[in-house]
Design a binder for this molecule. Structure first.
Ligand SMILES: O=C(O)CCC(=O)C(=O)O
Length: 244
């Protein structure tokens, strides 16, 4: 098999400043893979995929609605998980062969409170094993639930009691990742984060995924879910990232 990890490394396209922020602050917002004149099409495909999803593939929480398996929901989503700057971030931060662990839609519903600050993946002694990404289908603003991050918390040796006791409250050092529709947040899975309150009357839509070390256990068994039409359409890099 082709050494895709090296190929990804050679194609590095993450500006040095973005990599520094990702390492030091724990997240960065960059322009995404969808051209601005195609964002309307992406949003329409998102709505259609969410509306037609099997209830078994949906998780309705107190503030968000998630729809799983966006790898298999249409060609409009194929470019989202082979985006070179995000792969470059994984190459540099995970530092060893990696794979896609999940790809899902998450809508923060209108007039919902902030999500508890949490990590997606606990930091371990061997480094930071997960890179997450969030593609903004809508503009992320301070009033519509843009993701909040506690800067540098991916480096904390222990979690302060005040955060543990009130994870939904605002926390010192928290900043929101705002940006125009189409932007991508890349973040370290060990940083404390969560969506902020959506005080607007509109949903805040996003497509989110994560990469983990290749040998780690995925959040979702992606190879087991692959549909023949998806497999016939995607290229070799996508197949490598899906481990199929
Ligand atoms: O949707 C967001 O803004 C945050 C999502 C989140 O916290 C997560 O994926 O773990």
């Amino acid at each position: 098999m082709r050494d895709w990890f090296s190929v990804i490394g050679r194609g590095c396209e993450l500006p040095e400043g973005a990599l520094r922020d990702l390492r030091d602050v724990g997240f960065v917002v960059i322009p995404g893979p969808v051209a601005s004149d195609r964002l309307g099409q992406l949003a329409a495909a998102y709505d259609a995929a969410v509306a037609s999803a099997d209830p078994d593939d949906m998780s309705v929480g107190s503030s968000t609605t998630r729809v799983h398996d966006f790898v298999n929901r249409g060609p409009e989503f194929d470019a989202l998980y082979v985006y070179q700057p995000v792969l470059a971030a994984c190459y540099r931060i995970i530092g060893r062969p990696f794979k896609l662990s999940s790809l899902l839609a998450r809508t923060v519903r209108p007039r919902t409170p902030a999500q508890a600050l949490h990590v997606d993946f606990k930091r371990d002694t061997d480094g930071w094993p997960m890179i997450g990404f969030i593609i903004m289908v809508d503009e992320f603003r301070s009033d519509n639930g843009a993701t909040r991050f506690v800067r540098r918390s991916h480096k904390w040796p222990t979690i302060p009691d005040d955060l543990l006791n009130a994870p939904a409250a605002d926390y010192e050092g928290q900043v929101q990742a705002c940006g125009p529709a189409g932007s991508v947040i890349i973040y370290n899975g060990s940083i404390r984060h969560g969506h902020a309150a959506n005080s607007s009357g509109e949903p805040r839509r996003s497509i989110q995924g994560a990469y983990i070390r290749r040998e780690a256990r995925s959040g979702v068994d992606l190879p087991a879910r692959m549909r023949p039409e998806t497999l016939s359409r995607i290229g070799p890099l996508a197949r490598y990232l899906l481990a199929v």
